[in-house]
Design a protein around this ligand. Structure first.
Ligand SMILES: Nc1nc2c(c(=O)[nH]1)N[C@H]1C(S)=C(S)[C@@H](COP(=O)(O)OP(=O)(O)OC[C@H]3O[C@@H](n4cnc5c(=O)[nH]c(N)nc54)[C@H](O)[C@@H]3O)O[C@H]1N2
Ligand SMILES: Nc1nc2c(c(=O)[nH]1)N[C@H]1C(S)=C(S)[C@@H](COP(=O)(O)OP(=O)(O)OC[C@H]3O[C@@H](n4cnc5c(=O)[nH]c(N)nc54)[C@H](O)[C@@H]3O)O[C@H]1N2
Ligand code: SF4
Ligand SMILES: [Mo]
Length: 747
C-alpha cells in the first residue's frame, strides 16, 4: 500500500488530493492536508473519483461499433489503422477541412491534450475546431480581445483583498469558482464579510451563495441592462474615477455617451432591479475602498454575453478598480504566457470565420452551436468526420436534437472518452482515455487564474487501466499513421514529421526554466525547473498575491490603453435596444443550475454521488399554483424548439417567472448504466439549434433565459418521450436544503 500526492482535475480550484494505491489500483482518495492552498479540503466529487477510476462501466479497450449498433472490442492497431485510413481518404477526396474536432471541458485540465489536438488540426489545415468554450467562457475571451487586444487577459476578482464583491451569475459555493482558482473559496468569500466588506450576488435564483451573502434577484438576461444603468449612474452622479480611467483607457467619452439613456428607471423592466437599488449599488461600488464586479456562466450563456463581460470590466475600470489590489487583477503565470500566445498565434479572435453563420473564431475555435449545420450543409468544407475528445456535446450544446440527428450523417465519428456517452453511442469507435489519475500533469491553462500565484506538477498515480491511453499519445500515433507532422509552429511540425518529438515533460521543463521565475538553466539558482517542482509534490506558492500595475505592459493595443468603446460593443448596445419582447405564449424563462454532486454530464454513474437524487425542474410556488402543479408532479416544459418532462420541485428560491433545470442529465442507452437508470431529461433540446440564435460576437450558446411554458402532464405514458422516472422522488430538491458538500467537509 502506498500514498501518492496529486491534485484534482475535475474543476478549477485544483484541490490537492492524496490517493491510496494498492496493487497498482487506487482504493481511496482523500484531501491533501499538506496542500498549501486547499489545506485538507476536497469536495465529494474529488473523493468520488475513486469510483470513476474503478468503474466497471469504464471503457478500457478500444471499441468498434458493429452494424447492429453494439460495440465490439478491437486492438489499438485495428482501430487506429482504420481511423487513419478513413481520415486520409477523406483528406485526399475532400480536403483536410472535411475533418472536425470537438474537445470538451475535461480536455483543458490536461496539459498535453489541447496542445496536441490543436497541432493536429493545424497540420490538417482544418477550421472545424469546436469546444465547450462556446457554452462556457468564449464571451469572456472576446471581451478581453476587445478591451485589451489579448483574449487571454482575463481579470480575476481579487477576493482576498476586496471590500465589495458584486458577483453576477456565479454560484461558487457549489461550482467552487470558475475563471479564478481559489481552493476554499467559501472561506475567502466569508473573509470579505469578516473584514467588514460585502458580497452581493446577482442571480435569478437564491442560490447557496446568495443565501450565504446578500441576494440581488435579477431577471434572466437582465445583466446588460443592470450594468448599463450602473455605468449611467456612475457617470451622472459624478462617481467615476476619471483620473485613473483617463490614464488607463481610451473611449471614456464615447462610453459615457453610449450609456446616457440607460437610466435605472429605463432598465428596471428588463433587469428586474428597482431603480433605487441600482443607484445604491452604484454608490456602494464607487465608495468602497476596493471593489470588484465578477461574472461567470450565468452571464455568459445569454443573448448579450460578450456585451455583459465587457460591461463588467467597464464598471471595474470606471470605478478605478482595474489592475488594482482588491479590484480586478490580471494573473501572471510562471511561464512566458504572453510570448507563447504571440509566437504560437493561438490567441486569435476573428482571424477566420465559420462557413455556417460567418462567426468569428475565438482562439481558433468556432461555436459548437454550428456543428450540426456544418455536418448537414452540402458544399466545399462540409464536415464529414468528427473526433470528440473529453466531451459529450449531445448533452451540452444547444439544439441537442439537431446535433444528435446530424451525427448520423457523418462518415466517421470517433470519441476518446472514459465512457460510452450519449455522443459516444453514435460513434464508429470509442477509444479509451486515461483518467487524470493515470497521467502526469501540469496546470498549464490555469496558471494565471490562481488568485494566490501557485505552480505544481504531478506524476501519474497509477498506470492506465486496461489499454487506456493519454489523448496526446493517441493523436501522435494517428498523425504518424496519416503522415502528418503536428505542432503549433511550422518548424515544430517539420521536426515532428522527421521524428523529432521531445517529450511533453521536456517541453514543460524548458518553458519553466526560461520563464519569468525560471532557473534560466542555472543562471538563476533557486529558480523554477521541473526538477524543483518534483521536489515539492504539494506545489509551490510563488507569492501572496497577483501583481498589479503591469496591465499597460500586457495590453497589445498599439496605444497600450484599455479600449472602452470598441465599435462591436456600440453595435451590441444598438442590438440590445432592439431586442424584441419574448413571445407571449412562452411566458417563463428557463435557466440552468449546477448541483454539488453532479459534474456536467459525467459523474452520474458514481454511486456515492447519486444516492437519492432526481432530476427536477424548480418552479416558484405561485407559478406552480397557476399551472396546477403539485410538488413532485410531472410537468412538461416546452420551448420553441422542443419539449421535456420532469418532476416539479416547488421552491421560492427561484424568482417568479423562472424555471431552473440543471444540464447534463437525460442519459440514454450509453455505457453508463447507473446514469441511464437515473432518468431525467436533456434540457438542451429546449435551446435553439439555429445558428442565427447564437450570440453575435462570440457565438455563445443561449442556454439561459430561454422562453418556455410549463404544463401538467396527464400520467399515462410518462416514460415515453421525456425520460422522466415513473416515481419521481423529491428528496434532494427541497426549498431550503443546503448543499452537503462543503458544509460536510469544511466543517
Ligand atoms: N444548459 C446548459 N448547458 C451547458 C451548460 C449550462 O450551464 N447549461 N454549461 C456548459 C459548460 S460550462 C460546459 S464546460 C459544458 C461541458 O460540456 P462537455 O465538455 O461537452 O461535456 P461533459 O459533460 O463535461 O463531458 C465530458 C466527457 O469527457 C469524459 N471525460 C472525463 N475526463 C476525461 C479525460 O480525462 N479524458 C477524456 N478523453 N475524457 C474524459 C466524460 O466521460 C464525458 O463523457 O456544458 C455546457 N452546457
Ligand atoms: N458541482 C459542480 N461544480 C462545477 C460544475 C458542475 O457541473 N458541478 N461545472 C464546472 C464548470 S464546467 C463551470 S464552467 C463552472 C461554472 O461555475 P459558475 O458559473 O459559478 O456555476 P453555476 O452554478 O452554473 O452558476 C451560474 C449561476 O448563474 C445564474 N444565472 C442564470 N441565468 C442568469 C442570468 O441571466 N443572469 C445572472 N446574473 N445569473 C444567471 C444561475 O442561477 C446560477 O446560479 O462550474 C464548475 N464547477
Ligand atoms: S472542488 Fe472538488 S472537484 Fe473541484 S477540484 Fe476540488 S476536490 Fe476536485
Ligand atoms: Mo464549463
Amino acid at each position: 500500500m502506498a500514498e501518492a500526492v496529486t491534485y484534482c482535475r475535475i474543476c478549477e480550484p485544483l484541490c490537492g488530493l492524496t490517493a491510496t494505491v494498492e496493487d497498482g489500483a487506487v482504493t481511496a482518495i482523500r484531501a491533501d492536508r499538506a496542500h498549501p492552498l486547499s489545506r485538507g479540503f476536497a469536495c465529494p466529487k474529488g473523493v468520488a473519483m475513486t469510483e470513476v477510476q474503478n468503474d466497471p462501466d469504464r471503457v478500457v479497450h478500444p471499441l468498434r461499433r458493429t452494424p447492429d449498433g453494439e460495440f465490439e472490442r478491437v486492438t489499438w492497431d485495428e482501430a487506429l489503422g482504420d481511423i487513419a485510413r478513413r481520415l486520409t481518404a477523406l483528406r485526399r477526396g475532400h480536403g483536410g477541412d472535411s475533418i472536425g474536432w470537438y474537445f470538451g471541458n475535461p480536455a483543458t485540465f490536461s496539459y498535453t491534450h489541447p496542445l496536441w489536438l490543436n497541432g493536429f488540426m493545424r497540420a490538417l489545415g482544418s477550421p472545424h475546431l469546436y469546444s465547450a468554450g462556446s457554452q462556457d467562457t468564449n464571451s469572456r475571451f472576446v471581451a478581453s480581445a476587445l478591451l485589451y487586444g489579448a483574449p487571454h487577459l482575463v481579470p480575476l476578482p481579487d477576493i482576498d483583498r476586496t471590500d465589495f464583491l458584486l458577483m453576477l451569475g456565479a454560484n461558487p459555493l457549489v461550482s467552487h469558482g470558475s475563471l479564478v482558482s481559489v481552493p476554499r473559496i467559501r472561506e475567502s468569500l466569508k473573509g470579505i464579510v469578516k473584514r467588514g466588506g460585502r458580497v452581493v450576488v446577482g442571480d435569478p435564483r437564491r442560490t447557496e451563495t446568495a443565501r450565504a451573502f446578500e441576494h440581488l434577484p435579477i431577471t434572466p438576461d437582465g445583466d446588460a441592462w443592470l450594468l448599463l444603468s450602473l455605468l449611467h449612474v456612475l457617470f451622472e452622479d459624478g462617481l467615476a474615477d476619471l483620473d485613473t480611467c483617463v490614464r488607463q483607457a481610451r473611449g471614456l467619452a464615447t462610453l459615457r455617451g453610449l450609456v446616457r439613456d440607460f437610466s435605472p428607471e429605463r432598465t428596471a423592466p428588463n433587469s428586474g432591479v428597482a431603480p433605487e437599488t441600482v443607484r445604491r449599488l452604484a454608490h456602494d461600488l464607487a465608495t468602497a475602498p476596493r471593489a470588484v464586479v465578477y461574472g461567470r456562466t450565468g452571464t455568459c450563456l445569454g443573448v448579450h454575453a460578450t456585451l455583459v463581460a465587457f460591461l463588467i470590466d467597464a464598471v471595474n475600470a470606471v470605478t478605478g478598480n482595474l489592475d488594482r489590489p482588491g479590484g480586478a487583477v490580471f494573473g501572471e503565470s510562471p511561464l512566458p504566457v504572453d510570448e507563447i500566445v504571440r509566437l504560437s498565434g493561438l490567441g486569435t479572435y476573428g482571424r477566420t470565420h465559420s462557413r455556417v453563420g460567418g462567426f468569428p473564431d475565438v482562439l481558433g475555435t468556432f461555436p459548437a452551436g454550428v456543428m450540426a449545420e456544418e455536418i448537414t450543409t452540402p458544399g466545399p468544407g462540409r464536415m464529414r468526420a468528427l473526433i470528440v475528445s473529453a466531451g459529450n456535446p449531445v448533452l451540452s450544446v444547444p439544439g441537442a436534437t439537431a446535433l444528435d440527428a446530424a451525427l448520423d450523417e457523418l462518415d466517421l465519428l470517433v470519441c476518446i472518452d472514459l465512457y460510452v456517452s450519449e455522443t459516444g453511442r453514435k460513434a464508429d469507435y470509442v477509444l479509451p482515455a486515461t483518467t487524470f489519475l493515470e497521467r502526469e500533469d501540469f496546470p498549464l491553462p490555469f496558471l494565471q487564474n490562481h488568485l494566490t500565484p501557485f505552480v505544481t506538477w504531478t506524476e501519474a498515480v497509477v498506470p492506465p487501466r486496461g489499454e487506456a491511453r493519454q489523448e496526446w499519445e493517441v493523436i501522435d500515433e494517428l498523425a504518424r499513421r496519416m503522415g502528418l507532422g503536428i505542432g503549433a509552429l511550422g518548424p515544430q511540425r517539420l521536426a515532428h514529421r522527421l521524428g523529432l518529438r521531445p517529450s511533453p515533460r521536456l517541453m514543460v521543463d524548458a518553458l519553466l526554466r526560461s520563464g519569468p521565475r525560471g532557473d534560466l538553466f542555472g543562471l538563476r539558482p533557486g529558480g523554477l525547473s521541473l526538477r524543483k517542482l518534483r521536489e515539492h509534490p504539494h506545489g509551490i506558492v510563488l507569492a501572496d498575491h497577483q501583481p498589479t500595475g503591469r496591465l499597460r505592459r500586457r495590453i497589445t493595443h498599439r496605444d497600450r490603453r484599455v479600449n472602452l468603446a470598441p465599435d462591436e460593443i456600440a453595435a451590441e448596445i444598438a442590438r440590445l435596444r432592439a431586442t424584441p419582447p419574448p413571445p407571449a405564449d412562452l411566458p417563463l424563462r428557463l435557466i440552468g443550475l449546477r448541483e454539488p454532486r453532479s459534474h456536467n454530464s459525467w459523474m452520474h454513474n458514481t454511486p456515492s454521488l447519486m444516492r437519492a437524487r432526481t432530476h427536477t425542474a424548480r418552479l416558484h410556488p405561485r407559478d406552480a399554483e397557476r399551472h396546477g402543479l403539485a410538488d413532485g408532479a410531472l410537468c412538461e416544459i416546452t420551448s420553441a424548439h422542443g419539449t421535456i418532462r420532469l418532476p416539479v420541485a416547488i421552491t421560492d428560491e427561484v424568482t417568479l417567472g423562472v424555471v431552473a433545470v440543471p444540464h447534463g442529465w437525460g442519459h440514454e442507452g450509453g455505457g453508463w448504466r447507473l446514469a441511464t437508470a437515473n432518468g431525467g431529461a436533456n434540457v438542451n433540446v429546449l435551446a435553439s439549434p439555429d445558428p442565427d440564435d447564437l450570440e453575435k460576437l462570440a457565438g455563445m450558446a443561449r442556454l439561459n433565459g430561454i422562453p418556455v411554458k410549463v404544463g401538467a402532464v396527464v400520467r399515462e405514458s410518462n416514460t415515453e418521450d421525456g425520460g422522466a422516472p415513473t416515481e419521481p422522488q423529491v428528496s434532494d430538491t427541497g426549498n431550503s436544503r443546503q448543499p452537503e458538500s462543503e458544509t460536510d467537509l469544511l466543517g
